[in-house]
Design a protein around this ligand. Structure first.
Ligand SMILES: *[C@@H]1O[C@H](CO)[C@@H](O)[C@H](O)[C@H]1NC(C)=O
Ligand SMILES: *[C@@H]1O[C@H](CO)[C@@H](O)[C@H](O)[C@H]1NC(C)=O
Length: 361
């Protein structure tokens, strides 16, 4: 209630000062319609391909109002397609049906493919907007330094919303006084896997600002394991049998030391030189769970190299390295999409592989 009064006061105050905000600041266009401001107090919603029409793209299209064939297709598709809530309900209920489906591999694979594709279709491709371009442009499409956005940014100089106090949010939402086990009985490994995985493409370029990324692959390229540049990759490679550099501590394989390979890593100041490990991503030394996964993937890469070398004794270092990297990209994607995502969404559909696949030797 208080906030509403504040907002009303604030807006009347700015009107009083003669300072009118861009009408698109209020985000009047619904259903992913795009707002175009026309002067200081008028706007127009572009409802193209949203399946809606009207001043604010709020009226569902039925039989009338299709200006193009593509509009009609959008309508037919969206009418036949079950909504995301229905799909989610089906995937998270009727366990007995899923138990049967999971045993029929072609059925299971087809449904899994549908789930993954329908999720990826939620994201516009090719990319449309970014922080500097609220309209479609070649620059937004071709300049890979930008993070892309599905919706255009708000106009500049919109009023800042009345945000709650950060300390209060932390205390209300995050602070716990007693241990509450996860109802799905997953562990911290789960959260660290996701964090490790997403750092390969969410890699903000703080030199250029939060709108920019340094991860120019924009996807699962395992740049966080092999380094984002060729120079870093070369410093991390052993150049023998395709392997990455490593050290052996108490009979176990660990990443090499920063002082031995000379790649940039961020560590807190008190960490001694003999505990500064060097891996693909420069911040992984800051969080133990991330360094743990970096170590697991290093071991996996070198294990795959051993298998490759046995299968193809005539392959050189480069070919073994490149092939092992592709295999790890596949493993990482498959683990993420077939184990992490279903566990995250609590869906019953599963592949038969257990999270750590048993070695078939
Ligand atoms: C569209 O949104 C504006 C601003 O929220 C509102 O004033 C107007 O009545 C809406 N128009 C329709 C047709 O709903
Ligand atoms: C991408 O855009 C930014 C900001 O305009 C610019 O600094 C950078 O040079 C551009 N990158 C390329 C490859 O053109």
């Amino acid at each position: 209630m208080n906030r509403l009064v504040c907002l009303v006061l604030l807006s009347s105050f700015s009107i009083f000062l003669g300072e009118a905000y861009d009408p698109c600041c209020a985000q009047p266009c619904q259903n992913q319609g795009v707002c175009l401001s026309k002067g200081a107090d008028a706007y127009e919603c572009d409802c193209t391909r949203t399946g809606y029409y009207g001043e604010n793209c709020t009226t569902r299209k039925f039989t009338k109002g299709f200006s193009q064939k593509s509009e009609l297709f959008t309508f037919i598709k969206s009418s036949l397609k079950p909504g995301p809530n229905i799909v989610h309900y089906i995937l998270t209920h009727y366990k007995w049906i899923w138990d049967i489906i999971n045993k029929v591999s072609y059925l299971r694979d087809a449904i899994m493919r549908y789930v993954l594709m329908s999720r990826s279709h939620l994201v516009e491709s090719p990319p449309t907007y970014n922080a500097d371009y609220g309209y479609k442009s070649w620059e937004a499409y071709s300049n890979l330094s930008y993070y892309t956005r599905t919706l255009p940014p708000l106009p500049l100089n919109c009023p800042t919303p009345d945000l709650p106090n950060a300390k209060q949010v932390v205390e209300k939402v995050l602070l716990r006084k007693q241990f509450i086990p996860d109802p799905q009985r997953s562990s911290l490994m789960f959260a660290f896997f996701a964090q490790h995985f997403t750092h390969q493409f969410f890699k903000s370029d703080f030199k250029n600002g939060p709108a920019f990324t340094k991860a120019l692959g924009h996807g699962v390229d395992l740049g966080h394991i092999y380094g984002e540049t060729l120079e870093r990759q070369h410093k991390l490679r052993l150049f023998k049998d395709g392997k990455l550099k490593y050290q052996v501590v108490d009979g176990e394989m660990y990443p090499p030391l920063v002082k031995d390979v000379q790649v940039e890593m961020h560590y807190p100041p008190h960490i001694p030189e003999n505990l500064k490990f060097a891996v693909g991503h420069e911040v992984f030394g800051l969080v133990p769970g991330l360094m743990m996964y970096a170590t697991i993937w290093l071991r996996e890469h070198n294990r795959v190299c051993d298998v490759m070398k046995q299968e193809h004794p005539d392959w050189d270092d480069e070919r073994i390295f490149q092939t092992s990297r592709l295999i790890l990209i596949g493993k990482s994607l498959s683990h993420h999409s077939q184990q992490e995502i279903p566990a995250f969404l609590k869906t019953y559909i599963r592949t038969t592989n257990s999270p750590v696949a048993p070695r078939r030797e």
